[in-house]
Design a binder for this molecule. Sequence first.
Ligand SMILES: Cc1cc2nc3c(=O)[nH]c(=O)nc-3n(C[C@H](O)[C@H](O)[C@H](O)COP(=O)(O)OP(=O)(O)OC[C@H]3O[C@@H](n4cnc5c(N)ncnc54)[C@H](O)[C@@H]3O)c2cc1C
Length: 366
Amino acid sequence: MDRVPEVAVVGAGIVGLCTAYALTERGTAVRVYESGVPGHGQSGGQSRIFRHAHDDARLADFTRQGRAVWDEWADRLGAELISQDGVVALGRSVPGRLRILQDVGGIPARTVDSAELHTRMPLLADYRGPAMLDEAGGAIRTRAAVESLANALGDAMVPDEVISLHPTGHGTVEVLSAVGREEYATAVVCAGLGTARLARNVGLSLPVQPAAHVRLTFQVRGSPPQQVACLQDSSGDFGEVGVYAAPYPGNSRYAVGLSQTVEVREDGSFADPNALVALNDRARAYVSHALPGLDPEPVEYLHCWVTSLPWSEDGMAVWEADRILFAAGHNLFKQAPRLGRALAGAAMDEELEEILRPAATLGQPR
Ligand SMILES: Cc1cc2nc3c(=O)[nH]c(=O)nc-3n(C[C@H](O)[C@H](O)[C@H](O)COP(=O)(O)OP(=O)(O)OC[C@H]3O[C@@H](n4cnc5c(N)ncnc54)[C@H](O)[C@@H]3O)c2cc1C
């Protein structure tokens, strides 16, 4: 690429990739800086859950809109990006969340009895409490999404680390990277764990909370089921009140994690060094109680960093500083295409959507 593109995107996790792809949809030339391997930060590993159920109706609606973007891109990229098998949610939060989805409208979700639950989620032990099915939810094919977006972006992706970026004072943004110095009309920072640091350099203090997280993957016993939904379990019936789980492509493996994370200090060290091991053990114990369809010995471990905003575990927001946008939040995989389109619009001089401004505290029920 000879000419410097119009927009710099920092980070090729799912949010940066979707933002860059949404910019190319508009015909805008973009450069994506990635210091590591695309899709290997918080976006790493196989499978994520696409669920509509949220405590904030605004976020449920945002997610509904996002589902349409996933479908559009799956058609265009020629890849299955979300499975067809839905998401089942268990526990006392079910009636409230179902009501929110019904109020938002356009989201096929309903309660299910234990017989249907067994068909939709054959790996689960007998369960008789409140349960619902989010029919248009499913397992996000994370690797297919990252690879097809990265392929579509081609040589717009550069393996380079952004050390700093700042407004020049004459309507552009200068990006200083490990091996370059370039000026762009706008920059969008989607650097995950690195976003708050880059924002601090331009005087913004983002309330991003880093934490450590663990997710284990288990082998399905016997032949893989034809149909297997993702699971969100807040029932406590199997010893835990915050568990999520999703199948890998082909349904022969199932990834299980506790929503709980491990607090880290400013320097990245753990307040309790044993906490990550304890989370591992609890996830294994949960599987042996709740998921008899899985061999309880994990076949893969994913230990990773996550970032979140203080107002909700699904919170998401975008900060602006003089032609630089900073995106932050948690559980962003499902939101990335819709968020990417919003960031692309804001990068091209459209107003940032009100709902994404920090003052809107998207994710916190109003
Ligand atoms: C185990 C696990 C399970 C999850 N489950 C779900 C789920 O079920 N559903 C859901 O929607 N979400 C889920 N999430 C959250 C979701 O995966 C993340 O919110 C999302 O992937 C964040 O993407 P991102 O692009 O913002 O960040 P990242 O994927 O972290 O990408 C940031 C990228 O920026 C790069 N970078 C950083 N600094 C620089 C720099 N200075 N210069 C250049 N590059 C830089 C990094 O190398 C990285 O590749 C889960 C997360 C984890 C870890």
